[in-house]
Ligand binder design. Structure first.
Ligand SMILES: O=C(O)/C=C(\CC(=O)C(=O)O)C(=O)O
Length: 294
């Protein structure tokens, strides 16, 4: 498999300045392959996207912290993600992908290494299988650690996933709003179904990220803003945002991270919404010990 590069080395500097302490809550690291080989089941083969490159991007964009989400190309071996967290001087935490037979000691080791959640991926182009019963076993095991579950799926399977999502005993964070068809506008059936899910389930949160993946129009992402801003305004306490650097599988539409950051003040138009989206909400999930007692 040819190695793919899906990011720009020097993204533009955004006009928007994130608030102090802002968290880029959805990023990945790839390799370096020589140290952390990719999974034999990986569906793509990226160039190395190292922690050092990630931290340079974080600083360039004006963020303070990262949440490193284990990407499917590393399977259930979280070593690259853990190494990224370990190099961050406490400025990164992570979300792991684990196999159902993981032992309690290994879970404790992941916790000590900065992991605060597990990800369940339902995208057929990324993973071979997504066993709901085994995922639920994992969810029950990680709940006592105070972790949460991150779920990645596309809108066509939302309806069939609802009972599964309801059975998860922790906070559930849905990646990229469950990928609704943005072209249908804010009243589109998929977006409205997703909003109803959040209305009915206070423990379900969402990442309002993925403009570059969801927007058929592309820059300046007016279609994305029209759909996503009402979601941020309706659920200000349950939204997270991330660049999604290094943008796996986006080789045909590589985004400029600076322009993605400039979408933030358009989907979260007040300073209060921006603070919740970029600081308060991710801190509650990833660095709760730093928050003042409620
Ligand atoms: O990271 C993302 O947001 C999206 C991905 C890749 C991914 O999730 C993975 O490899 O685990 C995608 O849609 O190809």
């Amino acid at each position: 498999m040819t190695r793919t590069k899906t990011w720009v080395d020097q993204p533009s500097r955004p006009a928007f300045r994130p608030p102090a302490g802002a968290v880029d809550a959805h990023v990945h690291v790839f390799g370096p392959e020589a140290e952390f080989p990719f999974s034999l089941k990986a569906k793509y083969h990226p160039e190395d996207a190292t922690p050092e490159m990630l931290f340079a991007l974080r600083d360039r964009l004006g963020f303070s912290r990262n949440v490193i989400v284990q990407a499917s190309c590393h399977g259930t071996d979280n070593a690259a993600t853990l190494a990224g967290i370990a190099k961050s001087n406490g400025k990164a935490r992570g979300v792991a992908v684990v196999s159902p037979d993981i032992g309690d000691e290994e879970l404790q080791r992941l916790h000590a290494g900065g992991i605060r959640g597990v990800r369940f991926n339902f995208l057929k182009r990324l993973v071979d299988d997504a066993p709901k019963d085994k995922f639920l076993d994992i969810a029950r095991r990680i709940a006592p650690l105070g972790w949460h579950v991150v779920v990645y799926f596309e809108a066509d399977i939302l309806e069939e996933l609802v009972p599964f999502l309801e059975a998860i005993p922790t906070i559930v964070v849905v990646d990229h709003l469950g990928r609704p068809d943005i072209a249908q506008g804010p009243e589109g059936a998929e977006t409205q179904r997703f909003i109803r899910l959040l209305d009915e389930h206070p423990a379900i949160w969402t990442k309002v990220s993925g403009a570059e993946r969801l927007s058929p129009q592309g820059r300046p992402f007016d279609d994305f803003v029209a759909v996503i801003r009402p979601v941020v305004e309706r659920f200000p306490e349950r939204v997270l945002w991330g660049t999604d650097w290094p943008h796996p599988n986006m080789e045909h539409r590589i985004p400029d991270d600076g322009t993605l950051v400039d979408v933030i003040p358009r989907i979260a138009p007040t300073e209060e919404l921006q603070r919740k989206l970029l600081v308060d909400n991710p801190m509650r999930l990833y660095w709760p010990e730093e928050l003042p007692p409620a």
